[in-house]
Design a protein around this ligand. Structure first.
Ligand code: PEP
Length: 248
């Protein structure tokens, strides 16, 4: 069966010392609690090795290169990420798509390299406000999924964690209603089922992201097709992140 997952995305926040301290504090705060989900923290590259070696929490990079190795100054490869002990990589985040021009074609390469290096991509998809208003949100999400992922084998696809993140809800304080999120998650699961079959679809974790927090996590996570959250702002403080984790 699919896993429940709560994954934090620190984005470009926290220096190394702050990040390592956060991971230790979070692990200490969770010790002794019975968790109903896996907990992952998505850190900047420089934190990965230190956090992965000092905690048992899942660790994710927030990006990796679309090339395997070589003369690509400033890039960090999937192999390098894997060598830190991180097991996940967030790919396709709307901030990467918007600010760094990441297309579905580029993301397809990143996904292949991540998988080849044993990383599970947390693959983000989602529509803008304008696309939702034009009622093309289902088409947008389907295209992002098909173009970047649907040439994978069923075995490789089963290593992907999907994250539905409506762009209009990220960092804005506007959360999709649980009905809007559930509707889209069910659509994504059906899209996966149409391509890979019901078993693969049923085993795929689909996370919701977009201003999720301790106040709305419980209602979101209670929806049948919402298997957890990708959490930005509320993952930056242990006291704010724990109530999200306890949404399960
Ligand atoms: C994100 O960046 O993935 C995200 C969901 O951010 P926030 O929770 O701050 O909206």
């Amino acid at each position: 069966m699919r896993k429940n997952i709560v994954a934090g995305n620190w984005k470009m926040n926290k220096n190394l010392q702050e990040g390592v301290a956060f991971a230790k504090d979070l692990e200490a705060a969770l010790a002794g609690k019975t968790l109903k989900c896996d907990v992952i923290i998505g850190t900047p590259f420089i934190h990965l090795a230190s956090v992965a070696s000092s905690t048992k929490l899942g660790v994710a990079a927030q990006n990796c290169a679309d090339k395997a190795s070589g003369a690509y100054t400033g890039e960090v490869s999937a192999a390098m990420v894997a060598s830190t002990g991180a097991k996940y990589v967030i790919l396709g985040h709307s901030e990467r798509r918007t600010y760094y021009g990441e297309t579905d074609a580029i993301l397809k390469e990143k996904v292949l390299l991540a998988l080849a290096n044993g990383l599970s991509p947390i693959f983000c998809i989602g529509e803008t406000k304008d696309e939702r208003e034009k009622n093309v949100h289902f088409d947008v999400v389907k295209k992002q999924t098909v173009d970047a992922l649907f040439e994978l084998s069923a075995e490789d696809f089963s290593k992907i964690v999907m994250a539905y993140e409506p762009v209009w809800a990220i960092g804005t304080g506007l959360t999709a209603t649980s009905a809007q999120a559930q509707e889209m998650h069910a659509y994504i699961r059906q899209t996966i089922a149409d391509k890979y079959g019901k078993e693969v679809a049923d085993n795929t974790s689909i996370l919701y992201g977009g201003s999720a927090n301790g106040g709305n996590a419980k209602e979101l996570f209670a929806c049948p097709d919402i298997d957890g959250g990708l959490i930005g702002g509320a993952s930056l403080d242990v006291e704010k992140f724990i109530p999200v984790i306890e949404g399960f």
